[in-house]
Ligand binder design. Structure first.
Ligand SMILES: [Zn+2]
Length: 73
């Protein structure tokens, strides 16, 4: 009786902590913060933002694909 209530209470606490933990972590991942902007580059051909690691670098320009790099020559 009392034990079950304590268990439910603890589960509720754990749930709240889990939600707060997710809320605290998600903004840095989903919210377009400054760090994410720094990691994104814009395709000089179509304007699509692509991760720097996936972008095609040509001189001082970045492209989303080799096709757009070739088209912009
Ligand atoms: Zn492009």
């Amino acid at each position: 009786m009392f034990g079950i209530r304590v268990l439910i209470f603890l589960l509720g606490i754990a749930l709240v902590v889990w939600i707060l933990f997710r809320l605290a972590r998600s903004p840095s991942i989903e919210k377009p913060g400054k760090k994410q902007v720094d990691d994104m580059v814009r395709c000089a051909r179509c304007g699509t933002f692509v991760p720097r690691s996936e972008a095609i670098h040509e001189g001082d320009r970045d492209y989303c694909s080799t096709q757009h790099r070739d088209e912009d020559r």
